[in-house]
Ligand binder design. Structure first.
Ligand SMILES: [Zn+2]
Ligand SMILES: [Zn+2]
Length: 316
């Protein structure tokens, strides 16, 4: 099959072996896949991953021991857990220490004609959700994860730092519950694309009053967490969505003095993401800056790496 392989160098191969069907797993024919910032980070060394890239997709079940699933349109949770450890037995397979992760850790990804995942990871896509919207299920689910982790009543003043895809999606997810959400970015066009419902958007962090109840850090920069700490009120909550913030040297004294809660936040449950896509008219089409066939995947990656690119999709 055709597959987009990263083995220290990104290349499209024509004769990559198709995934073999294993008990409890399904082989999926990929319809549309999205390029994520994580894919670009992997190419800079993140996770040390080698293999087929990609973890955001919608596709059709091609082969599976459960015949009823064959032909169904699905999206898939990206963490393939062992199913037996104490985390898995609590329903927290996303934290299984033995997990493989689609296109990120020990499992070939979805930027190929076929990919494979455990049957338990698959979710049928309701008909009203088109393929180009369904491909956002993974990031939309991640955007709803803060609402799963923190009790948000709607009374809070929320600030989202970062105008990339994840920042914008997090702002939209918060705006479903909170009328008072401000997103802060650097790129006027991206900040403009973020407008939805009552969401306020600005390119000037100085225009945002400190003392926010909840700050989501989704800048993907080292300074993001520092800015989040400065904006958060005493006993407020910071949701950390950027993995790159980890390397920054940081004065944590304000976290102690102000008794801040810092909550790391990664993937979210797909059930909630799909429900969000069904319920809300998130203007996702605005985020799609390019659609390429798999044969032009290298051009798609070059596009996705441009600072103005939001979401770039690849059609198989
Ligand atoms: Zn992603
Ligand atoms: Zn496990």
């Amino acid at each position: 099959m055709k597959a987009l392989l990263y083995d220290g160098r990104l290349r499209l191969v024509q004769d990559y072996p198709e995934p073999q069907l294993k008990p409890g797993w399904a082989v999926i024919r990929v319809s549309v896949a999205g390029i994520c910032r994580t894919d670009l980070e992997i190419m800079k060394g993140y996770m040390g991953f080698r293999g087929v890239l990609g973890h955001e997709f919608v596709g059709v079940v091609h082969a599976c021991e459960n015949e009823a699933l064959v032909g169904q349109r699905v999206v898939g949770e990206i963490n393939a857990a062992c199913g037996e450890c104490e985390w898995c037995l609590q329903g927290l397979g996303r934290h299984c220490p033995h997990r493989a992760t689609l296109g990120i850790l020990n499992l070939d990804g979805c930027l190929a004609e076929y990919c494979t995942l455990p049957i338990a990871n698959l979710h049928g896509v309701p008909d009203p959700i088109s393929d180009v919207r369904a491909v956002f299920t993974e990031p939309v689910s991640a955007a709803f994860e803060p609402l799963e982790q923190v009790n948000i009543t709607g009374e809070e003043r929320c600030v989202v730092l970062g105008d990339g895809k994840l920042g914008i999606l997090c702002a939209w997810a918060l705006a479903t519950t909170c009328p008072n959400v401000t997103i802060v970015g650097h790129h006027p066009a991206k900040v403009e694309a973020a407008a939805w419902r009552l969401l306020q958007a600005t390119t000037s962090i100085d225009a945002v009053a400190p003392g926010a109840d909840l700050v989501v850090e989704a800048t993907g920069t080292e300074s993001g967490l520092r800015e989040a700490i400065a904006l958060c009120r005493p006993r407020g909550t910071i949701i950390l969505k950027s993995t790159v913030a980890a390397g920054a040297s940081l004065n944590l004294a304000p976290v102690v003095v102000n008794e801040l809660n810092i909550v790391g936040s990664r993937c979210g449950p797909f059930q909630r993401g799909l429900q969000g896509l069904l319920t809300y008219d998130f203007p996702l089409e605005r985020l799609i800056k390019g659609q390429y066939p798999l044969d032009e995947a290298l051009a798609a990656f070059a596009h996705a790496a441009r600072p103005d690119a939001l979401k770039v999709l690849i059609e198989m």
